[in-house]
Design a protein. Structure first.
Length: 520
């Protein structure tokens, strides 16, 4: 335990301080009963007179109350189910090479090997005690696909080194007590005493964990020290790519009722694209010639699908509406099954809002020389262009779209998915909720829906096709190339009511504004 020492105190000292909080609580609960027993014994032996009988009865009642409260607290703490992170467990038969790497790493660090290995759909790694001889090693799944084998070993070294302190009986006992307290506090029925105990033990627990982490890091310094700097750079890059993939690529699919089945493989594509575009990332792509860490798995495709489904359920929850199509989608199918579908849903919402906000005179064809293409129910871009030239019409349409979109998204999300639908891990509450996104303004929402209608029209004309950009998500391809100039023309219409730029864009793309757009 010498390596756990910092200044005059060690991690073991802080663990003992946590255990003293537990011992003090039990001692205080037993104190009234002990005093009552002393009084009773003294009365029976004649050392005190009858005048102490009343005090004995009062102390006896207090003792019973204290013992009952202690019993309730003990039962609540003992029966509390500590929260565990939802993971995809990896049996040794599913990843023998990965288990071998972890065991070899533990041998080099001279610490106990973890009991098992599990994957989490996040960019982090940690040890988690699930009641075994040693903790379970939880590895962020994006690391396996983006990192090379040597990089993964360097990143896992300080994590695996933590099994040494975890095996110390005092630290293990303190952690069990803290986890039980934390789980009990999460129960609304828990007595206030549990919160007081957790508050008293909190500072010692924090210092204990800090010293344990410092010791694990120090122990791992001798393992692949030079490579750890490069590996940490890859950790930051993987986190950036994973966040971008979830927010720009996975979220549109989840909202459409589909879940990409190869998210981890998508991280590689996203980061490879980033390395191609960003000069700061130059050189990272050359690493791809080395053996990827996912080769340590027997069936990486199946594991990727399991992790991807868990990510969808954790971060989004999945559609709960009756008949919702909550099914996997491959990257090859993504443009047609997700991008095109999202465009047509938003285009349909745009024309529905257009119908709802048009005045009766605008929605009927004129008698002598009318314009049928602009009549009610005709989903044409010409109708959108004409309507948005009017500032009042733009405001009314944007407000209606905002309300309709909020209602539709709330209906699609539905109530949280039940806990039973997730992997059988104690204490899991699902879904965790997707990281909050910046709310779109009504004008931004209007622009997005106009863009969707234009993209649908371009696809109908045969000049456009739905596509996927690994960093930006759904995109429109014209002639096989991504067009980035559509956004400015749509903003000119949505914000200023100027249809000219969009008219020119449609003409150059070969899209007829008077042709109805297919919405389903």
């Amino acid at each position: 335990m010498a390596v756990l020492t910092d200044g005059n105190r060690s991690a073991r000292d802080h663990a003992l301080a946590v255990l003293r909080v537990r011992s003090t609580a039990f001692a205080l609960a037993l104190l009234p009963a002990a005093v009552a027993v002393v009084l009773l014994t003294a009365r029976l032996t004649g050392r005190i007179g009858p005048g102490w009988d009343a005090a004995g009865w009062v102390l006896g009642a207090v003792a019973l109350v204290c013992l009952a409260a202690a019993a309730v607290l003990t039962v609540r703490i003992a029966s509390a189910r500590p929260a565990a992170a939802p993971t995809v467990d990896l049996a040794q038969s599913a990843a023998p090479d990965l288990y071998r790497l972890v065991r070899d790493l533990a041998d080099r660090l001279d610490v106990p090997a973890p009991d098992a290995v599990a994957l989490t759909p996040d960019c982090d790694s940690w040890l988690e005690d699930r009641g075994g001889r040693a903790p379970v090693l939880v590895i962020g799944s994006p690391f396996l696909w983006w990192m090379r084998v040597a990089e993964l070993r360097a990143v896992l070294a300080p994590v695996v080194a933590g099994t040494g302190p975890s095996a110390h009986p005092d630290i293990a006992a303190a952690r069990r007590f803290l986890r039980a307290l934390d789980a009990a506090v999460g129960d609304r029925r828990a007595p206030r005493t549990a919160r007081l105990l957790l508050r008293a033990a909190g500072p010692h627990a924090a210092e204990m964990e800090r010293l344990v982490a410092a010791a694990a890091s120090a122990r791992a310094m001798g393992v692949d020290h030079g490579l750890r700097i490069v590996a940490q750079e890859q950790v930051g890059l993987a986190y950036a790519g994973w966040d971008r993939l979830l927010t720009r690529v996975a979220l549109p699919a989840w909202r459409a009722g589909r879940w990409p089945a190869r998210l981890d493989a998508g991280v590689v594509s996203a980061l490879t694209e980033l390395s191609r575009r960003d000069r700061l990332a130059e050189g990272f792509a050359s690493r791809l010639g080395e053996r990827p860490a996912c080769d340590l798995l027997e069936e990486p495709g199946k594991v990727d699908a399991d992790v991807s489904l868990l990510a969808a359920r954790l971060f989004y929850g999945g559609p709960s509406a009756e008949g919702a199509d909550w099914s996997p989608v491959s990257w090859q199918e993504y443009p047609e099954e997700v991008v095109d579908r999202v465009w047509r849903i938003e285009a349909a919402r745009l024309f529905s809002a257009l119908d709802a906000t048009e005045s009766p005179g605008m929605s009927q064809d004129r008698a002598d020389g009318g314009t049928p293409a602009q009549g009610l129910g005709r989903p044409t871009l010409a109708r959108v262009l004409e309507r948005l030239c009017d500032e009042e019409g733009r405001g009314a349409l944007a407000a209606r779209l905002s309300a309709d979109a909020a209602r539709d998204e709330q209906r699609a999300a539905g109530p949280p998915e039940p806990v039973a639908s997730l992997p059988d891990v104690p204490g899991v509450v699902a879904p965790m909720g997707f990281p909050p996104q910046e709310p779109r303004s009504t004008r931004e929402l209007l622009a997005d829906h106009i863009t969707a209608a234009v993209c649908c029209a371009a696809v109908e004309s045969g000049s456009g096709a739905p596509g996927l950009d690994w960093l930006d998500g759904p995109v429109l391809l014209l002639g096989g190339e991504r067009r980035s100039d559509l956004g400015g023309t749509v903003l000119a219409l949505a914000e200023d009511g100027d249809p000219g730029p969009l008219h020119e864009w449609l003409a150059l793309a070969g899209v007829r504004a008077d042709k109805p757009v297919r919405l389903v």
